[in-house]
Write a protein that binds this ligand. Structure first.
Ligand SMILES: C=CC1=C(C)c2cc3[nH]c(cc4nc(cc5[nH]c(cc1n2)c(C)c5CCC(=O)O)C(CCC(=O)O)=C4C)c(C)c3C=C
Ligand code: FE2
Length: 435
């Protein structure tokens, strides 16, 4: 069930007229290829406004991890439905080609929407025609079940002969206190995180990858997000989450290269030779966290601030005045610590977690209402880390059991994926895992 990357024979009519961006028409002339250094420099801004919203697809790291967080998300988790290794590899090659084109603001194939003949299904669905690249990044990851048996599906076989290449860190997350995990919103063999500044561009990308994968993968679950809840570079303003608080203040930034090497990027010493394909990559933790908006809105301001441990307006740690002030957990009055023992930021802070840090890159979501008059809203929490078992797991254990905010949260989706490093010219997604 494959689809060619090259356009089938058809009348070479109006592809330039319908190209998503004339700059990247049939020849790609004018494209400035920037090496994705992994920081904001991954953007292709060479004084040309039409190229300024392109984030380089290839480079040392995958884009979409420490590149500037965009405003919109479409995250998809796929199950692989074929047992054929060749079909899976073929699809990954076709995905890579289409993904690279879409991140440049092009159709999946040249003239895909309307130029491949009236009797063929279009090779691009077309809803992004005329739209800019919108800083689209597509980040791929591989789930535990792709390699054989996993905690969530112990009956899985090693269908693709890669069981011995599974990194030890890639195992389903354990259950946590108060978890309400729904399998239909959890796990998966392959994920694609599409982030963009235009929601239609992100949705178009996932839709076209799903279409290209017909017969090889099927969408297991997906999540739309709006309003990033993190900052990943020093120049970004801190956004707000659905509780109305600034979120992302104390996040790791792209500029903190030493911190990233310690806590985000997989090191050669982390794995034996069989799993070196993950060196330079990172593990993606996804948690769909529903936030009980209505009860929260009835909590008074000082209660809300005590739960978070920061002020709602400025975002300063309690007892301080500025957002970037360092929290002082030792300060106390006769009523107790200024930042309460069960405050979210105290429990998540490295000082109270043996120095542990993670890179957060989540999004707000609102999926309508739940039929009982309550918004189905929350935070689609995404974190990148070097070893989820040593970082996310102890952090979430502490929060799940002690955090006052848990009264207003329920975690109903959970997944873990191994995201390899970035691609060199000519490489395809998963190449070093499968070859
Ligand atoms: C397991 C990790 C975390 C989960 C899950 C999580 C959920 C979650 N957080 C907020 C709101 C805020 N979090 C803030 C800080 C913060 N949160 C985590 C980790 C998890 N959060 C960390 C590591 C930190 C930084 C702690 C520090 O070093 O100070 C803040 C404060 C502002 C900020 O620094 O970002 C807010 C607000 C919600 C609403 C939520 C689940 C829905
Ligand atoms: Fe948090």
């Amino acid at each position: 069930m494959t689809e060619p990357t090259a356009p089938p024979p058809g009348p070479p009519t109006s592809s330039r007229r319908f190209s998503r961006r004339t700059l990247f028409g049939a020849t790609g002339a004018g494209v400035v290829v920037a090496a994705a250094a992994g920081v904001t420099g991954a953007r292709l801004a060479e004084g040309d406004s039409s190229s300024s919203d392109v984030v380089a697809f290839r480079g040392t790291r995958q884009a979409g991890i420490i590149t500037e967080a965009q405003d919109r998300l479409h995250f998809a988790s796929f199950d692989v439905i074929t047992d054929s290794r060749d079909e899976l590899i073929d699809m990954l090659k076709r995905w890579t080609a289409a993904a690279e084109r879409m991140t440049r603001g092009q159709e999946t194939v040249d003239g895909g929407a309307v130029d491949h003949g009236e009797y063929n299904p279009p090779a691009d669905t077309g809803e992004a025609l005329g739209l800019e690249a919108s800083a689209l990044t597509l980040t791929v990851g591989f789930g535990p079940g792709l390699f054989g048996p996993s905690a969530s599906d112990p009956s899985r076989g090693d269908r693709f002969g890669i069981g011995d290449r599974k990194p030890a860190a890639l195992k389903d997350l354990p259950g946590f206190a108060k978890d309400a995990i729904e399998p239909s919103r959890s796990h998966g063999d392959i994920c694609v995180q599409a982030c963009a500044n235009d929601p239609q561009v992100a949705v178009h990308a996932i839709r076209n990858l799903a279409r290209l994968g017909f017969g090889v993968v099927s969408v297991r679950w997906s999540q739309l997000g709006f309003g990033r809840t993190s900052t990943t570079t020093a120049n970004q303003q801190t956004p707000r989450n659905m509780f109305g608080f600034k979120d992302g203040t104390a996040n790791i930034r792209a500029e903190q290269t030493d911190v990233l090497d310690r806590w985000v990027w997989v090191d050669p010493t982390d794995n034996p030779a069989s799993a070196q394909w993950m060196t330079g990559g990172s593990y993606l933790v996804a948690r769909r966290i529903r936030m009980d908006i209505e009860p929260w809105d009835r909590a008074n301001l000082s209660e809300q601030e005590a739960i978070v441990g920061r002020t709602k307006g400025v975002g300063a740690p309690l007892g301080m005045t500025r957002e970037d002030d360092t929290p002082n957990f030792a300060v106390a009055t006769s009523d107790g610590p200024t930042i309460a023992r069960d405050a979210h930021v105290r429990l998540a802070h490295p000082d109270n977690l043996n120095g542990i840090q993670i890179l957060r890159r989540g999004y707000n979501f609102t999926d309508g209402s739940d039929g009982f008059g309550h918004l189905d809203a929350g935070l689609f929490f995404i974190a990148y880390c070097r070893d989820p078992g040593a970082q996310f797991v102890p952090m979430q254990r502490q929060l799940a059991s002690k955090d006052a905010m848990m009264e207003y949260l329920s975690h109903n989706g959970s997944a873990l994926f191994a995201c390899p490093p970035g691609l060199k010219p000519g490489e395809w997604w998963g190449q070093h895992l499968f070859t």
